[in-house]
Design a protein around this ligand. Structure first.
Ligand code: NAP
Length: 280
């Protein structure tokens, strides 16, 4: 049977339509346009593009983007002061610190300074802890996007073996916890994992979050597995060799147009959640 294409782009457009309605209701009731603040430190071209895309999505759903641009030489203390100011600003419903920040900055300390109520990108360690324990908190946007694809396409997770390749704080680890909470049996692999191919071969669901173009090979894939490619590398290629792996799968996310657009949709969705909590 032909594999199903898990169309994150189309899903993200559906979600945006839902969000527009919700933002309209917030504006009607409170007279306030919710703000999503994005902080960018330095001028990394990829980060500049991501922040612009997030700002545009914000406008499309009727919210106001607030871009805070800081120079490359910003210190941790200066960045913390900016976050404190945004935390205290009532109109700001969400705060996103664009990753990565320059080396001299303690990124973890800055992520943790974003108040949990405004942590719509789910990078605060307390948000991660609460989410892991199954409590209500904002989730990391890319893992949330992956779970939303799984939910909206009715992909079974209960009792399934999910193999996550990658253990980064923003992707591999949180998506593994979300899959565990969805009752999958989860294996997390990383650069020190031995016999990676054999482990992936057992997976009903493969999540690739490695950062190496076309890393996952067709010979590693069990027939009928669901393939989620979170990777995004130069030349619009993911972390799975989709050309050869996809035909073996029952469903897969394309690159581009899979996980990427859902990341932004989840950021918008969680900002609207936060705005509703404040104004409705
Ligand atoms: P990262 O922080 O560099 O983490 C990469 C992970 O892959 C690490 O845990 C690393 O293991 C593991 N790894 C590296 N080489 C490996 C190997 N040979 N075998 C097994 N595991 C290996 O990357 P990230 O931020 O999680 O991003 C991963 C990918 O997702 C990238 O392609 C990135 O562009 C993409 N991404 C996409 C979105 C989106 O919105 N679509 C958002 C974020 C990231 P160790 O921990 O042992 O080093």
């Amino acid at each position: 049977m032909k594999p199903i294409i898990l169309d994150g782009k189309a899903l993200s457009l559906t979600i945006e339509e839902e969000l527009k309605e919700r933002v309209l209701k917030i504006k009607e009731k409170s007279g306030i346009t919710p703000i999503l603040a994005t902080i960018i430190v330095g001028d990394n071209p990829a980060s500049v593009t991501y922040v612009r895309m997030k700002g545009n999505a914000c406008k499309r759903v009727g919210m106001e983007p607030l871009k805070v641009e800081l120079p490359e030489e910003t210190t941790t203390e200066e960045l913390l002061a900016v976050i404190d100011k945004l935390n205290a600003d009532d109109r700001v419903c969400g705060i996103l610190l664009q990753h990565p920040v320059p080396r001299q900055i303690d990124e973890r300390e800055c992520f943790n300074r974003v108040s949990m109520e405004k942590d719509v990108d789910g990078t605060n360690i307390s948000s991660f802890g609460a989410t892991t324990m199954g409590q209500d908190a904002y989730k990391c946007a890319t893992p949330a996007g992956i779970m939303e694809i799984i939910r909206r396409y009715n992909i079974e997770t209960v009792g399934k073996h999910a193999v996550v390749i990658g253990r980064s704080p923003i992707l591999g680890k949180p998506v593994a916890m979300l899959l565990l909470n969805a009752h999958a049996t989860v294996t997390i692999c990383h650069s020190r994992t031995q016999n990676l191919a054999d482990i992936v071969k057992q997976a009903d669901i493969v999540v690739a979050a490695v950062g190496i173009p076309r890393f996952v090979q067709a010979s590693w894939i069990k027939k009928g597995a669901v393939l989620i490619d979170a990777g995004y590398n130069e030349g619009n290629v993911g972390d799975i060799d989709l050309e050869n792996c996809a035909p073996l799968s029952s469903a897969y996310t394309p690159v581009p147009g899979g996980v990427g657009p859902m990341t932004i949709a989840m950021l918008m969705s969680q900002t609207v959640d936060s705005a509703e909590k404040t104004y409705m």
